[in-house]
Ligand binder design. Structure first.
Ligand code: TK8
Length: 335
């Protein structure tokens, strides 16, 4: 009997050792594939930044993670790709914050017109505690918010007339992102706004379904909007962040060392993205001046837009949370 017990004990030690080493080996050999989709095309700073993220993750995981990239809304629009992350059918995407608002209303703080006075003020809020708390809130809807990238300051374009004041916008059919604050801001100016997914925008402008839209200069140029829009105005009415995000379950199932690889690549690609995006927005504004009528507002003219959309702050402060708005404003003013 004693011999049998000793034999069983020795066997249990050997097999657990084999399984244990086997499991360890299995973890280090297991590979993970990320399907990542974005809305902008393959000339955008956003796509170049995704390529950089891909290079870093594939190199630093020694090939244990591979990334397949899709651009130009091939996998769907911002909302659809977020829902695909929730269902585990896609691993990454990078929407503007505006389409996140129907999921998590707090994100509406970034849609407050004329909120951020500069890129630096935006970086400080987004990369600080306020921004991180909002990223963490994404876990309540099955998404891991990694970091913020930059879409940038949004400017109006249209096919009807040069716009220099809110009066010039009256009756204009302006496409907005799918978010009630954007609709209300353009209604306050007397426009006739239409919410629409980004992937449908070019053909809607081409067919005259909408007269205008608003986006950063790089997007306006690189998505060929001048082909269907003759006028632009540097309203700069909203600073749009992007959120680089991953399916929460996919992230949680990664071994700890690969989670670190993903986070480090996200942070490195954030810094590269901002530098590239700011370069492109500056460069492409100059190119747009050659192909569009670009109105550059005086401080007084810009103030007229700011005063017109002011009621949006009051209407949405309760939905977003007065405390959050005040903490963002005090963070900005402590710059
Ligand atoms: C791209 C969108 C776009 C945004 C918009 O996925 O919808 O106008 O500015 O860049 O997020």
């Amino acid at each position: 009997m004693k011999k049998i017990l000793i034999t069983l004990f020795v066997l249990s030690v050997l097999t657990s050792g084999i399984f244990a080493s086997g499991q360890g080996d299995e973890d280090t050999q297991k590979t993970y594939n990320i399907t990542a989709g974005i809305g902008l095309n393959d000339k955008s700073a956003q796509y170049e930044s995704m390529q950089y993220f891909k290079e870093l993750v594939e190199k630093n995981s020694e090939g244990r993670i591979t990334v397949d990239l899709y651009h130009s809304s091939q996998l769907g629009d911002d909302r659809e790709m977020m829902e695909a992350l929730q269902r585990g059918e896609q691993e990454m995407t990078c929407p503007s914050t505006a389409p996140i608002v129907p999921f998590i209303p707090y994100y509406g703080v970034f849609d407050l017109p004329f909120l951020f006075p500069s890129n630096e003020a935006a970086d400080k809020v987004l990369d600080g505690k306020i921004g991180q708390d909002l990223l963490d809130k994404l876990s309540t809807i099955g998404i891991k918010g990694l970091v913020y990238w930059e879409n940038g300051y949004r400017n109006l374009t249209n096919s009807v007339r040069a716009v220099r004041s809110p009066e010039d916008v009256k009756g204009m059919k302006v496409r907005t992102m799918e978010n009630p604050m954007h609709l209300d801001a353009w209604r306050a100016m007397g426009a006739n706004p239409t919410p629409m997914a980004f992937g449908e925008l070019f053909s809607a402008m081409q067919q005259g379904v909408v007269d205008g839209q608003e986006n950063p200069w790089g997007t306006i140029y690189l998505q060929n909007f001048p082909e269907v829009q003759g006028f632009a105005t540097d309203t700069g009415h909203v600073y749009s962040p992007f959120v680089l995000m991953m399916g929460q379950k996919f992230f949680d199932d990664l071994p700890a060392d690969l989670q670190d690889v993903v986070m480090e690549a996200a942070k490195a690609s954030r810094d590269k993205n901002r530098t590239l995006n700011r370069k492109y927005n500056k460069e492409y504004l100059e190119k747009l001046k050659d192909v569009m009528t670009v109105v550059e507002l005086t401080p007084e003219e810009r103030a007229a837009f700011q005063n017109t959309v002011r009621p949006v702050y009051d209407k949405y402060s309760e939905v977003i949370g007065q405390e959050l708005i005040e903490s963002v404003l005090s963070e900005i003013n402590n710059n």
